[in-house]
Design a protein around this ligand. Structure first.
Ligand SMILES: [Zn+2]
Length: 338
């Protein structure tokens, strides 16, 4: 009988057996922006069993050009990305168990989520989080697929603990151009290509086709028609602090987790409280209403004044838009929430 996976099962490296394996697997994705949207849709259509998605942002108008899961309504209502993504993905394939978490990924929270995870996929735009994923992957022996893109350029690499060099070993070949989506923009074909490579690698590993895994660090520029594959197999470093003989997992140390960072894609600063707090957003909205425009949904509160906009998430995380000075951002934070 024809079924939704029939064409994928006809593809012999997957077959009926591979399809069954996919159904038994749990994929964890950090970041559901452009790359994450594209990979998430492909993985959910392919029929993975369980999918955990983590993201700290909400949908904005500047996302719609390339973040394929989101709609104008999501941007209008400032819906958190994981919530909008889950709604859309569940309509695409109701058989997949989707766990959507509005989280600014930190080590403690992630460790608690890793228990039955088979593979992680990178959808973030942030190297601090990637290096944290890299250390978690090594410590808990979970493969992960790195992906990044900016402008018309993209890069991807598959990391299997114990078999390949890790992201830390590859620091020398990592793109370090200082470019961000904020400064040079991004076009969606670059996103789609990276996501396609990432998803292919995830499928290969989930069906156990180790021989098909791509061993190179791949980069391309779709506008300039360039494509490079760097052979990195010999770059595994025995003294690497993440995957060497005596690993210290430096990115899992509390002090290395940034508390204040600049988000990609807009002029915004994020402040995380030193300890988790839970705000009563409705109460906070009532306090702030006399001083600015308030927009409230079940996940966040947006407070707009003439000069800046503050978005407060339930977990105490605050994003301040329109302010470039760190001290000024901190003083707004303490004035409103301290
Ligand atoms: Zn390493």
């Amino acid at each position: 009988m024809d079924n939704r996976y029939s064409r994928q099962q006809l593809f012999s490296p997957i077959g009926e057996k591979g399809q069954q394996q996919l159904k038994e697997k749990h994929v964890l994705m950090i970041g559901v922006g452009a790359l994450g949207s594209a990979s998430a849709e492909a993985l959910v259509r392919a029929g993975i069993g369980k999918f955990t998605i983590i993201d700290r942002d909400y949908v904005e108008w500047s996302n719609l050009q390339r973040q394929q899961l989101y709609t104008e309504q999501d941007a209008q209502e400032k819906v958190p990305k994981v919530i909008a993504a889950k709604n859309r993905l569940q309509r695409i394939n109701s058989e997949v168990e989707i766990n959507a978490l509005i989280l600014d990924a930190d080590t403690d929270q992630l460790v608690g989520l890793l228990e039955d995870v088979d593979i992680m996929i990178d959808g973030t735009d942030n190297f601090d989080i990637r290096f944290m994923m890299n250390d978690l992957a090594q410590k808990y022996k979970i493969p992960w697929v790195y992906g990044s893109c900016v402008s018309s350029y993209g890069a991807t690499y598959t990391i299997v603990p114990g078999k390949t060099p890790c992201l830390h070993c590859l620091l020398k070949v990592m793109p370090n151009t200082g470019m961000t989506c904020d400064t040079v923009g991004i076009i969606s074909p670059a996103v789609q290509i990276v996501a396609a490579y990432q998803v292919a690698e995830v499928l290969k590993l989930l069906v156990g086709d180790e021989g098909a895994r791509r061993k190179t660090f791949l980069t391309f520029d779709v506008w300039k028609n360039q494509h490079y594959e760097i052979n990195v197999e010999k770059m595994r470093n025995d003294n690497c602090p993440s995957c060497g003989h005596n690993p210290t997992y430096p990115y899992l140390a509390y002090e290395n987790q940034t508390k204040l960072d600049i988000l990609c894609g807009r002029d915004a600063m994020q402040i995380r409280p030193p300890k988790p707090v839970h705000y009563n957003l409705e109460q906070l909205a009532n306090q702030l209403r006399p001083y600015g425009d308030i927009q409230l949904n079940p996940y966040l509160l947006s407070y707009q004044t003439q000069d800046y906009r503050v978005v407060v998430f339930q977990d105490g995380r605050v994003v301040i838009h329109g302010i470039q000075d760190i001290q000024q951002a901190k003083s707004i934070y303490y004035r409103l929430l301290g």
